[in-house]
Design a protein around this ligand. Sequence first.
Ligand SMILES: Cc1cc2nc3c(=O)[nH]c(=O)nc-3n(C[C@H](O)[C@H](O)[C@H](O)COP(=O)(O)OP(=O)(O)OC[C@H]3O[C@@H](n4cnc5c(N)ncnc54)[C@H](O)[C@@H]3O)c2cc1C
Length: 440
Amino acid sequence: MRKKEKSVVSIFWFRRDLRLEDNIGLMHALRTRENVLPLFIFDPEVFQRDENNGNVQVGFVYDTILGIKEKLETIGSGLHVAVGKPLDVFKSLMDSYHIFSVYANREYEPYTLQRDDEVDAFLANQGVEFHTYKDQVLFEQNEIVKDNGEPYTVFTAYKQRFLRKLNQSMVVPAPISKYAHNFFRTTPLPVPSLEIMGYSRVEVPVPPRKLPAELLKSYEADRDFPARNGTSHLGVHLRFGTVSIRKVTALAMQHSETFLNELIWRNFYSVILWFFPQVVHTSFKPAFDEIVWENSKEDFKAWCEGRTGYPLVDAGMRELNATGYMHNRVRMVTASFLCKHLLIDWRWGEAYFARKLLDYDLASNNGGWQWAAGSGNDAAPYFRVFNPELQAKKFDPNGEYIAKWVPEYGTISYPKPIIVHAEARKRALARYAEAVKAKA
Ligand SMILES: Cc1cc2nc3c(=O)[nH]c(=O)nc-3n(C[C@H](O)[C@H](O)[C@H](O)COP(=O)(O)OP(=O)(O)OC[C@H]3O[C@@H](n4cnc5c(N)ncnc54)[C@H](O)[C@@H]3O)c2cc1C
């Protein structure tokens, strides 16, 4: 019997860009090649499993992938879905297809950079070109640096340069539909279920993929109040590219400087991680790794479960546990409370957020935690210790957010504070000062 001829295809590898519109890498693939076969890989290193095989993000990604597959099938194409180490997936794809070239949008985390280098080397060895593009950020690492080529580590200076370089031409959408005839024609391809891939779904609500102009117009006034619906909840969509950063930035440029500022923080943290990959494990400022933490497991458990006796902290943790989301102001307060009041290593909190947040993103989560701990590149000064009660008065003045998540607050069933604020503050200041002095 004659062996079946392998189809000649070019691959477009979806990663943090899960959309069929305004996708730079996909546009390049379709514009340059015919028979473009889209691919998605559930990489266990990106979607880490907890002890119950759960991963809070994997269900969202799975559903998004199915949506893309369905759309591709309506135009006679399909999506190849695989699970495993990308290098192994490419090796086995070589058995099924004659791969001409591979296209993808660039990623910037230490693991993904290394993964792409490995895939690139393998493909090059097989005579296959690997083309990558900028898509998930507006400016890559080397595009916004100081005059001497060094990275910015202070946000304000970075932002000023960013704004000077940003212009309308950078947020124009990349056209896809006019090249859609170049998708590979195929009968529908099978997709393994999440269970077969070894995952169990963690049910959390998925925020809508919308950014109303009204929200942007009142963003500056509302964004710090967790009881108001004042922020976009687009975090998960920006994380996985189910919205385009160009589209969101164009809207921000039109309606809200403050919102644009937040998008710049996102870009900034991505660049910080690229320049300083050591931040994944160590404090940006080495002195902060000298802090002698208390690391009480009991206190950590109380914090995780929202039982610290500080209602804003508890409300935030309960919101996170129940929904996979926590408001930014409350992220700052809960994170500061863990590091400073409880003297627990920021890495414990970072890992807990990574496991629970639907919008978890290594660069922003690490940046946020190091900011709160005081150890980051442009962090809150260590001697500024948030007072969780004052924060509650200021940002939840009517107690609505607290009432929603901590209904027993004010009754005898609500726990007493785990630690007295004034004492905790004094202890934190002393412990931090010792570390800074030791390294001076
Ligand atoms: C301790 C801590 C941990 C955090 N962990 C994450 C994380 O894992 N993933 C994540 O996307 N953000 C993280 N943030 C930043 C911020 O809290 C979230 O981006 C924001 O709360 C998401 O809600 P939203 O989409 O409604 O935000 P909006 O206020 O509507 O902001 C719009 C978008 O801008 C970006 N953004 C806003 N604020 C920041 C910021 N401070 N840093 C970086 N990007 C920002 C996000 O992409 C966000 O979706 C963290 C902050 C702290 C203090």
